[in-house]
Ligand binder design. Sequence first.
Ligand code: ADP
Ligand code: AMP
Length: 215
Amino acid sequence: MRIILLGPPGAGKGTQAKTLAIRLNMPHISTGDILRQNVSKATDLGKKAKDYMDKGLLVPDELVTEMVGSRIDQPDAKKGFILDGYPRNISQAESLDSLLKARNITIDKVFDLSASEAVIVQRLSGRLACSGCNANYHIKNMPPKKAMICDNCGSKLYQRADDKEETIKKRLEVYKKESAALIKYYSAQKNLQEICADKDAEIVLNEMVGFVSGR
Ligand code: ADP
Ligand code: AMP
C-alpha cells in the first residue's frame, strides 16, 4: 500500500502519518523531517535547503525529488510507504509519477487533509517537535507528560524555527498557491479522498483507516 498525505501545514499530516505507519507497518516518509535532519547535520543538502526552509519557501524540486527517490528505494519502503509533505506542486507530482513508473509501482490512496485557518494557526503556534525522534506534540492539544521532554525517547522538545507567525503566513501562502492544481491532478487520477482534519486526532485516524481497509 502506498499513500500520499496532502494538506496545509498544521493539518496534522505528520501526526496522522506516524500512527498510520505503525498500524500499517510501513515507513512514514516526511520530506520536512528528512530536510530538517540534513539541516541539523549541516550536510550539503541541508546547507542548500536551510535558507528556503527558514523563509517558509519550497526547497527546489530537484533536490527534494532526488531525496524521495533514494528514500523509497530503501528496503523498508519496498512493500509500501506513507508520503507526508511530498509532492507539494505539480512539478513534484509529475516527478513522483516518473519515479513510480520507473519502479513499476503506483499510489493506492491520496488523502487530502483539510483544516480551517484558525485551527492551523492554533496548531502550528503550539507545535513542539522532538530533537531526538521527530515525535510531535502540542503545548495544549497533545502535551508531553513532562514539560519539554519527549515521552518516547526523553530528548528535549523544541519549537520549529518555521513555526513563528511570519513564516507560518508565508507557508500558508505557498500552500494556497500550489494546492488547487495538485488536488485537481490527484482527483483526475481518481484515488483522492478528502478528510476533514479539524476533528480529534483519533477520529481522523479511524476515518483514514476505514478508507484504507475498504470499510
Ligand atoms: P503537519 O504535519 O500537517 O504540518 P502536524 O501533524 O505537525 O501537522 O500537526 C501540527 C500540530 O497540531 C502538532 O502540534 C500536533 O500535535 C497538533 N495536532 C495534529 N493533529 C491534531 C488534532 N487532530 N487535534 C489537535 N491537535 C492536533
Ligand atoms: P514540513 O515539515 O512538511 O512542514 O516542511 C517544512 C519545510 O521543508 C517546508 O516549508 C519547505 O521549506 C521544506 N519542504 C518540505 N517538503 C518539501 C517539498 N516536498 N518540496 C519543497 N520543500 C519542502
